[in-house]
Design a protein around this ligand. Sequence first.
Ligand code: HEM
Length: 552
Amino acid sequence: MLDSYTWVQILGTLLSAWVFYAVLTKLNGILSAFEDLSDCPGRGLLWIHPSHPMSQLTAVIYPFKGWIGHYYGNFAMYAKYRSACISSVLVPKGIPIFWVADAQSIQIVSTDKTAFDKEMGFVMYRKGRGPNMIASQTAEWKRHRVISNPAFSESLNAVVWQETARGVAGWLTEKDPGTDSEFPIQTFPSFSKLALSIFGCAGFGLAEGSTDQDKLLKILRAALQNGVIRAIIPDWIFSLTNKVYIPVISPYLRETLRVYDDLERMSMEVASNARADVVGKSKVMGASGALLRNLVKANLDVYDNEKVEGDRIGNALTDRELISDMFMFFAAGYETTANTMSFICAVLALYPGIQQKVFEETKSIWPNGPPTDVDEADYKQTFPSLIYCAAVFRETLRLYPIVSRLGRVAIKDTVLRSYRLSASDELEPFDVRIKKGREVVLDFAAVHRNPVYWGTDAEEFKPERFIDTDSYRWPRDAFLAFSAGHRNCIGQKFALAEGVCILAHIARGYQILVPKHLRDQSFEEQKTHMLKWRPFITNSVINPEVVFCRRS
Ligand code: HEM
């Protein structure tokens, strides 16, 4: 008979052996991950997965400055290692991660469906709401995309143009105190409301005022803000804190669930109005709203026995998928534009010379001020002439992309050809061997500052680089603000039409200035303050204030 002391000794020995074995296995995994890096330079250590929501929460401090993966590093680490592909090992998973700032490699990774797929481990949009376009892969993703694609046509862009012109005029009237003096604008909150209203009208056919925009915006913001928490905390903790009251934690997590319930209820309301419209029982929706109509039609098909057999749902959407796609589109359709416009306003306030050129372009098109009554045909007539405005829009997204990086996973062993600088500063190709299951980070922020594509002045804000001339064509493959390949942004033309229209209307009527409290600071200090950002689902400016002053 063993006494309790002996039992403790046996259990202690077994536990130590298990810990020893676990540490050895982990170490072995990390060492073999280093072997898999072959001669790809960098070889850094990473403790948090670059796509994990936690990496957004820690972004400001970790990965540290000078480490591979640092959120604000741009091209610096690639320049240091003289290579467009660098490597690191993710310690918790014991796998290599390859970081790519090479436009051609990114095009290959984004288009070769047989070799790479979207990295889905931590896609936040999926959790708690179900599958949608942005958070699915392969056949499931294709179904969502095929359903939505036809809505993203030139006619939608024309509707977007018209709704934006109307929306921005109303927005400016509301903001302008009418005293001929300067007035402050909090860019992100203001543009959020404007962009949500434009998306609601153009994409979902929601006539202005048909839904409570403020309420919807509040719920969407809360859902996005709690999205990181929702994604990080396991479902069982949500269930537990729902059943057992834990002070501070239970109220917070219950509030998170309530926000999602409210959002779901609101989306159902919007969907059932659209359903009535699709089956011809009411005329709630106007000429716009093709996107919501497509989603709702696909949802009705789920109940159509001729189109759906058993598990095969063809090109139909279940109720959960419909709600999930609606949330995803709402979020993607306003947050992205609001953040981009906030960066644009900050940049224009900082660079008055560039702002003057935008003004002159808009003045040549609208000598008597921005039009008050715009129809859909105006898109075709006016948009192509706003060349400098479009260049400002793209140049802002080049230096301040609102999505700086995305993950891909290799679905088979593959070889990626990248390049590095030789001792004589020549570009020399080299092969990066990537095994199945290994991950690649498409580092858009780094490509956007890679001098191979953008020249030695890549760090400078220069919209002209996005204007083609007889002897120059801007490098399309190296502009990745909307991602690349088949998983690129479905709404990029929508966003361009909307962003250029907002920019042109503001610049024609108003000067955008640096806030008063920054005026006695140096340009660099103003720039650091106004363009400070942090990643939060999309990258957001931290100090979103500028000043508008009506032009005489
Ligand atoms: C300046 C504005 C915008 C930027 C910079 C932007 C950028 C991006 C990027 C980088 C992606 C790839 C995301 C990923 O793979 O995880 C993406 C995907 C997507 N975007 Fe945008 N976006 C913008 C505006 C919009 C708008 C206005 C809409 C809707 C009307 C939209 C809808 C989507 C959707 C649905 C996807 C998922 C596509 C797929 O997975 O097939 N975006 N966007």
